[in-house]
Ligand binder design. Structure first.
Ligand SMILES: NC(=O)c1ccc[n+]([C@@H]2O[C@H](COP(=O)([O-])OP(=O)(O)OC[C@H]3O[C@@H](n4cnc5c(N)ncnc54)[C@H](OP(=O)(O)O)[C@@H]3O)[C@@H](O)[C@H]2O)c1
Length: 415
């Protein structure tokens, strides 16, 4: 997770606060929008805050989340009077995204982005192949022939093709999509995978379209939940190809529309490599490895499953993580017992030294395209789903995660 303050101090990169829309001088000449925003905020008079009020804004009919976006936009632009902001923002967004946006497939990431865009007033249609997910889309309110189509028909109708197929599916569906990528349209991704490793995926877009990305740093479910709570999930953004001169506008408009908390700049290759490293590392792979190693050592030394689980996982997720998220690890270190403090300070370095070579190996494997190839190869096998399910079943049935089921049931709120 990238902190905006770190970003500004470390390099001249950019973060766009929720609702930020392009300020032409800044975006064309400098990418450090966070720094600019901070300076503007310091110089500007207090900005009126619009309280969280889901539903359409009374003034403009524009739903709440863009009210908030517009509020930030106002902080940034300053020239626009608050009452004009929504209209101005809407105008910019409409200019950017044209008539129709197509959303390709409602998997995990898809529903969150599609519903947030729809609730934000965007003109969204969905392209989904027939099957269970199509039926679910109907149940979720997408109307066949009006807002829900097959993939081909949706691509034909749409001006921005939001390609949220699974990474393996993009390769097989690409020949279907490509003929509809006519001049002036945009192709949108939420992951740099297909483009970064297009020597392996075959996804080479025509030169006369925009190719853009907004990559939320979390699941579609979180994106939707946080949006409904009036919060936002951070996303990175990138423009790979700007054929129309409006690719940046489209990207930021979509970044706001899907419910991003703030947007930080990346490139397709940087997003793809950091994302694959993150999910294999501290977000999923490494954390499971670390938790299991500690759980096993405690169990091997006679601790009960309950004790091993509580000391390894439950305390982490229930007590520490919320504080860690709110205040940072430095705060955690400063606000625990002196015994915990001494031990954590002494042991952080041995853990770091043991783990860093593994992360370096992982990064090299990602950078070389090896991890992408493994993913492509395994996802393309006909028995992939069965094998994956067997691996997931083994994880689910492991002692540590079975203990988790019991411990969760014992939480007071579940009784
Ligand atoms: N999941 C996340 O947390 C997350 C976070 C950030 C970014 N992303 C990115 O968002 C994109 C979508 O990820 P996802 O996790 O939402 O993928 P997913 O859940 O696996 O979604 C798959 C979608 O692709 C469709 N699909 C699969 N194979 C197909 C085929 N051969 N032909 C046509 N449609 C096919 C599926 O339809 P059926 O249901 O009919 O199979 C489903 O709608 C990826 O680029 C991913 O990297 C995901």
């Amino acid at each position: 997770m990238e902190s905006p303050m770190l970003t500004t101090s470390r390099r001249s990169s950019s973060c766009v606060g929720r609702g930020m829309i392009k300020n032409r001088t800044m975006t064309t000449t400098a990418r450090d929008i966070t720094l600019s925003m901070i300076l503007l905020k310091r110089r500007s008079p207090p900005v009126p805050q619009i309280p969280f009020r889901p539903g359409p804004s009374r003034k403009t009919g524009w739903p709440y989340p863009l009210d908030k976006a517009a509020n930030l936009f106002y902080q940034f632009v300053l020239l626009v009077q608050p009452e004009d902001v929504n209209q101005h923002l809407r105008h910019r967004l409409v200019q950017a995204w044209g008539n129709e946006l197509v959303y390709l497939s409602l998997g995990v990431q898809g529903p969150g982005q599609a519903c947030n865009l729809r609730d934000n007033g965007f003109n969204v249609i969905v392209g989904q192949r027939p099957g269970k997910t199509y039926e679910k889309a109907v149940a979720d309110g997408w109307v066949p022939g009006e807002t829900l189509f097959g993939i081909e028909e949706a691509c034909q109708k749409g001006t921005i093709i939001m390609c949220l197929l699974s990474d393996a599916a993009v390769m097989s569906v690409w020949p279907t999509i490509k003929p509809y990528l006519t001049p002036g349209k945009a192709l949108y991704f939420s992951h740099g995978f297909a483009i970064t490793w297009n020597d392996r995926t075959g996804v080479v877009p025509p030169k006369d379209i925009d190719v853009i990305m907004v990559a939320p740093k979390g699941s579609g479910t979180s994106l939707r939940t946080m949006f409904l709570e009036g919060r936002g999930l951070n996303s990175s953004y990138a423009v790979y190809q700007d054929a129309t001169g409006k690719a940046f506008d489209k990207t930021i408009a979509l970044g706001i529309g899907i419910g991003s908390g703030y947007l930080f700049e990346t490139t397709f290759i940087r997003e793809a490599t950091s994302d694959l490293t993150g999910e294999r590392g501290s977000l999923m792979g490494a954390i499971q490895g670390l938790l299991l190693a500690q759980y096993e050592v405690l169990r091997e030394n006679g601790h009960t499953p309950s004790e091993a689980f509580n000391e390894t996982v439950e305390e982490l997720t229930q007590s520490l993580m919320p504080l860690f998220a709110k205040n940072g690890m430095d705060w955690m270190y400063a606000n625990c017992s002196t015994t915990a403090q001494r031990g954590a300070l002494d042991w952080m370095t041995p853990f770091h030294d043991a783990i860093k070579p593994v992360v370096q190996k992982l990064y090299a494997s990602v950078k070389s395209g090896n991890e992408a190839q493994i993913s492509i190869d395994s996802n393309s096998k006909p028995d992939y789903r069965e094998k994956l399910n067997a691996e997931l079943k083994a994880l689910r049935e492991s002692e540590m995660w079975q203990t988790a089921v019991t411990v969760r049931k014992l939480r007071p709120e579940n009784n």
